[in-house]
Design a protein around this ligand. Structure first.
Ligand SMILES: [Zn+2]
Ligand SMILES: [Zn+2]
Length: 164
């Protein structure tokens, strides 16, 4: 839970705003694999009977692996999210004058998750035959050699070619 107290804001007039400024530690959201603390900042608006509107920005970075060579990569992260917390009823709602912004922060981060992370665009990756990191230079394997695991597939493809 990342609780934000809204008791004071709710006692203000409709339309009143209050700032949010939270530092979220990696241990608060371990499932996200953060590389460091997240900075969460933004505004809350008192909507009266409709609840509290929350608009946040999230800044930080996540620890990932290069999809080609598996080297650790720190991916910068910036996300934003908006949500209205009702005064009662199903989530998200205000409970005992507190908002839990954790699910909101978590979802915002996951939506920004890159599909494929590379340590650098030209990463040469790892040789599928010998496992050498090709960023350190070429390996002994020849370019034509097929990965032994793929040989049956190559044969199959060749036999199909012949039948055509
Ligand atoms: Zn790489
Ligand atoms: Zn090799």
């Amino acid at each position: 839970m990342l609780g934000v107290a809204v008791g004071a804001l709710r006692r203000h007039e409709v339309g009143a705003q209050e700032e949010i400024d939270l530092r979220v530690g990696t241990e608060d959201l371990p499932e996200l694999g953060l590389a460091g603390d997240l900075q969460v900042y933004g505004k809350m608006t008192n909507l009266g009977a409709e609840g509290i509107e929350v608009a946040i920005e999230v800044d930080g970075s996540t620890a990932r692996e290069c999809a080609r060579c598996l080297a650790p990569v720190t991916v910068p992260l910036h996300a934003s999210a908006e949500e209205t917390f009702a005064l009662s009823g199903p989530w998200p709602s205000v409970v005992e004058d507190t908002l839990d912004v954790k699910p909101m922060v978590s979802e915002a981060v996951l939506l920004e998750e890159p599909l494929r992370v590379l340590c650098r665009p030209e990463c040469a990756g790892i040789c599928p035959s010998c496992g050498k990191d090709l960023n350190d230079g070429p390996c002994e394997c020849t370019a034509e050699e097929v990965d032994p695991r793929l040989k049956p597939l190559k044969k199959l493809l060749e036999s199909r070619e012949e039948k055509r």
